[in-house]
Design a protein around this ligand. Structure first.
Ligand code: HMG
Ligand code: MG
Length: 287
């Protein structure tokens, strides 16, 4: 008898986390083409863009237009990354299915990424979180620097657990653990998850691994062993965070699909379409 595993959910973050770090301006039509193709692949969650200071992340300045031009398919959650009330108000005009809020487990990265201490970032979130509830918009949460910070080095797992607990208070339906630098060793990731599980159950967790050191798949394996079944990926391995020096792409969607499908997990995602999207992602970077 075959062993049947729980399904694994892939959250495609390429259009946001991937493209935000591209030095060359990506045309609006190319972003729309990429998202429309991804929408035919069986993916159920796509992060479309972000509503942040455009002087900090120029590549995401047209996220409102991207939302207005994509063809939204039923059954797919199209989300937007939002740092503050201003971003929430812009996102709301696009009727996202979900917003993603983001905090850091390290003070220095919080300052670099959000111009705020960790507590100040919680204050900002509290200014719009109740609006999201009232407006019936789901909220996903990210914690950055779950093992390492570009400025402070290793991050204590207990810091991550505290931020996760706060995101749960904010009613996040899912909390994504971000190895922003892709430096986390499987041992460090395992210890971090162990600490986080003191605060929340495994069903609300997702893994978000950048692939700097080629360790993302090993870290996904550790996460799978801990029971995590949701992973953020970027088609074609696009991306990185502009405020984390040395953070290149997210782990590639096609790599993770091959890995988890090879282990017997169903994903509902069509590999052929993802390979076409990966080619498109590569092409639009280089045109
Ligand atoms: P601030 O400078 O403290 O904000 O930045 P402010 O309120 O003083 O405003 C400064 C300027 O930004 C003003 O414009 C505002 O109008 C404008 P100016 O007067 O200079 O012309 N502004 C905005 N514009 C558009 N949308 C907004 C917005 N808010 C203010 N929402 C702020 C605070 C949060 C805005 C800023 O630090 C920011 O935008 N940070 C986001 C940086 C970012 O996008 N980083 C990458 C995403 S996070 C990530 O990649 C990690 C993740 O993938 C997980 C992982 O890998 O770890 C999620
Ligand atoms: Mg990221």
């Amino acid at each position: 008898m075959d062993i049947v595993f729980d399904p694994v959910t892939i959250v495609e973050v390429g259009p946001r986390d991937g493209l935000q770090n591209e030095p060359k301006t990506i045309k609006l039509d190319e972003k729309v083409r990429l998202i429309n193709l991804l929408s035919t692949s069986g993916l159920k969650q796509i992060e479309v863009g972000s509503f942040v200071n455009p002087k900090m992340v120029p590549q995401m300045a047209d996220s409102g237009l991207v939302f207005s031009k994509i063809t939204r398919r039923p059954g797919i959650s199209y989300s937007a990354l939002v740092p503050n009330l201003n971003g929430y108000e812009q996102a709301k005009k696009c009727s996202p299915d979900a917003i993603a809020i983001f905090c850091s487990a390290s003070e220095s990265f919080s300052k670099a990424n959000l111009n705020a201490s960790i507590d100040e970032s919680f204050m900002r979130i509290s200014q719009f979180i109740s609006l999201a509830k009232k407006d019936d918009i789901l909220v996903r949460g990210y914690v950055s620097c779950v093992t390492d910070c570009p400025f402070e080095g290793p991050v204590p797992a207990s810091n991550v657990a505290k931020v996760v607990a706060k995101l749960r208070e904010f009613n996040c339906y899912e909390i994504s653990l971000g190895d922003t630098l892709g430096k986390g060793s499987p041992g460090a990731v395992d210890k971090m998850i162990d600490n986080v599980l003191n605060e929340v159950s495994v069903e609300v967790l997702a893994g978000h691994f950048h692939d700097t050191s080629g360790l993302a798949l090993e870290n996904i394996q550790v996460s799978l062993e801990r029971g995590i079944r949701v992973f953020d990926t970027a088609v074609g391995g696009l991306g990185g965070c502009p405020f984390a020096p040395g953070a290149p792409g997210n782990v590639a969607t096609e790599l993770v699909l091959k890995y988890v499908q090879g282990k017997g997990f169903k994903t509902g995602v069509n590999m052929e379409i993802i390979m076409q999207a990966a080619k498109l992602a590569r092409d639009i970077r280089h045109v």
